[in-house]
Design a binder for this molecule. Structure first.
Ligand code: ADP
Ligand code: MG
Length: 244
């Protein structure tokens, strides 16, 4: 699904160059749920922004869905962002509107983007376990519930890839566990590939694979458990052999 090889990102400001990614290699399979950990400033957000087409790499290889992103036109980038990717940020709730209901908050961006292939707000709230709060005003929801609304919005365009940058940074540990459980569930029920950037080592324990970044490079990788995609492939094979 995603293949990075020797990925480089240099930010140029008036008086200095920042080497945010310095030859990063990473391969992400379709259907994986993975975490990226690393110290502040190590390049995690930069990587996520590249994967999501929010910014372009300076050099290297970045293949998404078999296509080379460095060769994307502006139009390709816009289309990719719109059709294939959902984003969740730490302070997503800030972009929500307190005096609208949860459902209205989800409906609004769907209306604005006017995408044809879209989910209904109600189904989305159901997918994130919030249907019972659909008619509550956003300000009446807890921090964790607001983050769920933000996740519902991120799913509205049927993304193949969900990118979450410190999605539990502003909620307590019980809540962040619940949010991680939700990501697992979405990964399994919808088959979405999910990449979560996190500081939280507890969170990183619950995903399929963890990659650590140091100084703009992957410094270690650990397989936690078999991904859902692999489990499914195995089931398929078993079925095949039954048929034979
Ligand atoms: P992390 O998310 O791991 O904290 P970032 O990817 O945000 O790290 O940043 C990596 C490095 O790139 C840092 O040194 C940061 O200051 C720098 N950086 C990030 N974004 C920009 C930008 N838009 N312009 C200049 N430097 C940036
Ligand atoms: Mg960051």
């Amino acid at each position: 699904m995603i293949h990075c090889e020797g990925l480089v990102k240099i930010y140029k400001t008036a008086d200095l160059e920042v080497f945010a990614l310095q030859g990063l290699d990473l391969h992400i399979e379709d259907g994986e749920l993975m975490a990226i950990i690393g110290n502040s400033g190590s390049g995690k957000s930069t990587l996520l922004n590249m994967l999501g087409g929010l910014d372009r790499p300076t050099a290297g290889k970045l293949i998404v869905d078999g296509k080379d992103m460095l060769k994307f036109t502006e139009r390709d980038l816009v289309r990719y962002k719109r059709k294939s990717v959902g984003f969740v940020w730490q302070n997503n709730a800030r972009n929500l509107i307190p005096y609208l209901t949860a459902q209205e908050n989800v409906e609004l961006p769907i209306l604005l983007t006017g995408s044809r292939k879209r989910w209904r707000a109600k189904e989305l709230l159901d997918a994130v376990g919030l249907s019972h709060r659909a008619n509550s005003k956003l300000y009446q929801l807890s921090g964790g519930e607001q983050q769920r609304v933000a996740i519902a919005i991120a799913l509205a365009n049927h993304p193949k890839l969900l990118l979450a940058d410190e999605p539990t940074g502003s909620v307590d540990s019980k809540m962040s566990n619940q949010i991680l459980d939700l990501f697992r569930e979405l990964n399994r029920s919808l088959g979405i590939t999910i990449v979560i950037v996190t500081h939280d080592p507890e969170l990183a324990k619950k995903v399929d694979r963890v990659a650590a970044i140091r100084d703009g490079k992957i410094s270690s990788e650990m397989l936690r458990r078999r991904s859902y995609a692999e489990e499914l492939a195995e089931l398929d094979q078993e079925e095949q052999s039954h048929v034979e």
